[in-house]
Ligand binder design. Structure first.
Ligand SMILES: Cc1cc2nc3c(=O)[nH]c(=O)nc-3n(C[C@H](O)[C@H](O)[C@H](O)COP(=O)(O)OP(=O)(O)OC[C@H]3O[C@@H](n4cnc5c(N)ncnc54)[C@H](O)[C@@H]3O)c2cc1C
Length: 385
């Protein structure tokens, strides 16, 4: 067994770590306070090739692997997890779906600019009445001559509100069910399609730098060949990329938790009460020790899942374990980090308060903790052990 990162992995990790420390982290408080989208940071991430790490060179990427991509997501998330979310949706989900299922023409047209980071992608599954039960979506696509006409609403959509977002890949019903459920297919919908309406921007508890919007398709017309992949297997293919998304969420949680730990270590050394640094108290030391254990385990798990994916091996169990464990781990670590900071930890100027506000969402996006447990229970039923 070899747990060492390759030289290329170390290079990606170190480059992303410096970028995160020097460019993202110092701006994170201002971004969260103002809610302004940091286009300058996104452009620099693109220049460094972050959006295309695992995408093949012929489609604008650098031909790396998913371990490298997730090391990048962890490091970027140390500065601010919203940039990890941007990478997760753009690369792990949208770019991958285009690369695996797209036609040559679709890849040239949509994937290359996304892999180069010139344009950003969005993923649309969730609707007002369909979240965990994703197969119950109501957005409808009907063929009218050479065009699909799409009607429906997607909600809580990441990235689509960015000016440089080019497309959203959505799931829509193409055949209504007579009995049971109908047929769901996947479509590439450019933002400038007639009938595409960018809906309200959501006010969230945290993650203010991440663009989360509603999207309405009001007789939205796209050409017939904008269907992505197989018309019958569209739903399965749309869900399949979320498996990689789960590894990305785990990497984001690890990055965020790592900063909670580093900030807590620093603070525990500086803050003096009862005549000594609070880090001299065993109650604080044990919290820090527990944080490091949880982070280490979560990191090993997301790397294992990413490595299995790179080997072309089944990794749904490992990716689900990674997402569930890391997202729940972060909530505890962020809470302990605030506790170690005392009252200061509740103040916006202290980074741990921001990570605490943002922690909960990772247990919800791309499948809730409950859904992760349902998936794991099914895997156990199939004799995983
Ligand atoms: C900031 C943010 C960004 C997002 N970005 C995107 C995006 O880019 N694209 C996208 O498509 N979606 C996005 N989402 C949506 C997200 O994926 C959903 O919110 C999530 O899948 C849960 O769906 P829901 O909110 O409808 O909750 P529901 O499915 O209504 O769940 C409510 C509660 O019931 C539980 N529950 C549901 N079914 C079961 C069951 N069978 N057994 C046990 N418990 C159950 C859930 O676990 C949860 O606790 C985003 C959400 C947020 C908050």
């Amino acid at each position: 067994m070899d747990f060492d990162l390759t030289e290329e992995h170390k290079m990606i990790r170190d480059m992303c770590r410096s970028f995160s420390q020097e460019i993202i982290f110092p701006r994170a408080e201002e971004i969260d306070r103002t809610g302004e989208y940091a286009y300058d940071i996104i452009s620099k991430m693109a220049e460094l090739g972050m959006m295309g790490i695992p995408i093949s060179e012929q489609y604008g990427g650098s031909g790396g692997d998913w371990v490298g991509m997730h090391l990048c997501i962890e490091e970027v998330s140390r500065g601010d997890p919203t940039f990890g979310a941007l990478l997760d949706v753009t690369t792990s989900v949208v770019a991958q779906e285009l690369e695996v299922f797209g036609t040559e023409d679709q890849k040239r047209r949509w994937l290359i600019p996304i892999a180069k980071g010139e344009r950003i992608g969005a993923f649309g599954l969730t609707e007002p009445d369909a979240g965990s039960d994703a197969a119950s979506i109501r957005t409808r696509a009907m063929l009218d001559g050479n065009e699909w006409v799409i009607n429906g609403t997607k909600q809580f959509i990441t990235n689509i509100g960015l000016d440089n977002a080019s497309i959203i890949i959505i799931a829509a019903v193409t055949k209504k069910a007579v009995k049971g459920r109908g047929r769901i297919s996947t479509f590439i919908v450019p933002k400038d399609s007639p009938g595409f309406v960018l809906g309200k921007r959501y006010e969230k508890i945290g993650w203010h730098g991440s663009a989360t919007h509603e999207v309405i398709f009001d007789d939205c017309h796209v050409p017939k060949d904008y269907m992505l992949g197989d018309s019958v297997k569209g739903f399965a293919q749309h869900l399949s990329v979320l498996q990689t998304g789960r590894i990305s969420i785990a990497a984001m949680a690890v990055g965020a938790a790592q900063t909670c730990l580093s900030e807590s270590l620093r603070y525990a050394g500086e803050r003096v009460q009862f005549g000594k640094p609070i880090g001299d108290f065993q109650a604080i030391q044990f919290k820090l020790a527990d944080m490091s254990v949880a982070i280490e385990l979560a990191r090993n798990q997301y790397l294992k899942a990413a490595w299995l994916k790179d080997q072309g091996r089944k990794h749904s169990f490992e990716a689900t374990v990674a997402k569930l464990f890391a997202s729940e781990m972060l909530e505890k670590v962020a809470s302990d980090a605030v506790q170690i900071h005392g009252g200061y930890g509740y103040m916006a100027e202290y980074p741990v308060s921001r990570f605490y506000k943002g922690a909960k969402v990772l247990q919800i996006v791309e499948g809730t903790s409950e859904v992760m447990r349902i998936i794991l229970s099914r895997e156990l039923g199939q004799g995983t052990f």
